[in-house]
Design a protein around this ligand. Structure first.
Ligand SMILES: Nc1nc2c(ncn2[C@@H]2O[C@H](COP(=O)(O)OP(=O)(O)O)[C@@H](O)[C@H]2O)c(=O)[nH]1
Ligand SMILES: [Mg+2]
Length: 335
């Protein structure tokens, strides 16, 4: 392992105490490469966890939001729950190494999510390995252990819109349905990811794909599923651009294309979303307000670009998921 095994040095200064908040754990599940890790990075607002078009997530990763923290504290643990390494400022490269190390079972990260508005403290996201990796049975075991042992308050299940209803996906959904039968009252948000890959001119409209997903999920036994068409990658790129983080050439090109298509796609993305009315109205309101601002003010080019990026994030599905999480947290607090 490349990184220091020594515990991080403690500074002599006393830090201000973090406001303690009730934890709200969100478990993210899916088969391999549906976009779990990309979705979590978009929720964090930074490319922190490692993503790729291959079986990358090999261990459990817990990411806790600590508003105001300057960097991400990271610790990784072995299968016997021994601390293997710890870093004060955990980088994506360090996480890639930990993730590739077969001794590492779980990683814990604590830091400030770089999104606006900042979520309330206590939000914890859990990334899990896709259980359908035929090379490594441990992935499936870890996923199941996560569902059974983490006291999550909401579950995000990521569906790959461009490969809906594979056999692996159906098996996993049936497994989750059976596991959740013993845990009533846990909302599931179905993230219909990669909708940017659909080609409306080939008849692949958002509405038809959400309809397909609805029938698929109700057929498996999920009644009145909440379905959010999502573009996790583009939301992440837009959030990176809004925070002046460097984008790769390919990310810039894809973002540019998405912004060019935005006028045609933005309303259909929100209309097709299957969520409670109050949530949907809130997201439409935010989009309308951004559109009004863009028309009314004497915007310079830079402010207009920022407004476009905010509109993209507003319709990317991420804002809808964040609104659902916020609503669920309030419901738990004030039942
Ligand atoms: N086109 C597109 N690709 C995506 C999206 N989200 C993730 N991906 C890509 O899908 C691949 C797998 O993503 P990853 O987050 O590692 O999936 P995981 O295995 O479920 O964690 C990567 O190449 C991502 O860049 C999306 O919204 N649109
Ligand atoms: Mg992953």
């Amino acid at each position: 392992m490349k990184h220091s095994n020594r515990p991080a040095a403690r500074s002599g200064k006393t830090r201000p105490r973090q406001a303690s908040a009730a934890p709200f754990d969100v478990l993210v599940l899916a088969t391999m490469s549906a976009g779990k890790t990309s979705f979590i990075n978009a929720l964090i607002g930074q490319e922190l966890l490692h993503t790729a078009n291959e079986a990358t997530t090999a261990c459990m990763t817990r990411v806790e939001h600590r508003p105001g923290a300057r960097s991400f504290d990271g610790t990784c643990y072995s299968y016997s729950d021994q601390e293997l390494a710890r870093l004060k400022d955990t980088t994506a490269a360090a996480l890639r190494d930990w993730n590739a190390n077969s001794d590492v079972k779980r990683i814990s990260l604590k830091g400030s999510f770089k999104i606006v508005p900042s979520p309330a403290p206590g939000l914890v996201l859990h990334d899990t390995p896709g259980p359908n990796n035929s090379q490594d049975r441990r992935h499936a075991e870890l996923m199941l252990e996560a569902v059974r042992s983490i006291s999550f308050k909401a579950l995000c299940y990521v569906l790959n819109a461009s490969q809906l209803g594979t056999q692996d996906d159906r098996v996993l959904l049936e497994q989750i349905r059976d596991e959740l039968a013993h845990k009533p009252g846990h909302p599931i948000y179905f993230i219909l990811n990669k909708v940017d890959l659909l080609d409306p001119e080939m008849g692949e409209t958002i509405e038809s794909y959400v309809g397909n997903a609805y029938r698929y999920l109700t057929g498996i036994g999920f009644e009145q599923p909440i379905i959010i068409p999502t573009m996790a990658n583009l939301a992440l790129y837009a959030r990176k651009a809004l925070k002046a983080q460097t984008l790769t050439r390919s990310q810039r090109l894809r973002l540019h294309q998405a912004l060019a298509d935005l006028q045609d796609t933005k309303r259909s993305l929100l209309h097709a979303t299957v969520v409670p009315d109050t949530i949907k109205k809130g997201v439409f309101k935010a989009l309308n307000s951004l559109e009004r601002q863009r028309q009314l003010k004497a915007f310079d080019e830079q402010t207009r670009e920022k407004n476009d990026l905010q509109q993209l994030v507003a319709v990317s599905g991420l804002k809808t998921v964040e609104a659902l999480i916020k609503h669920q947290r309030q419901t738990i607090k004030n039942p």
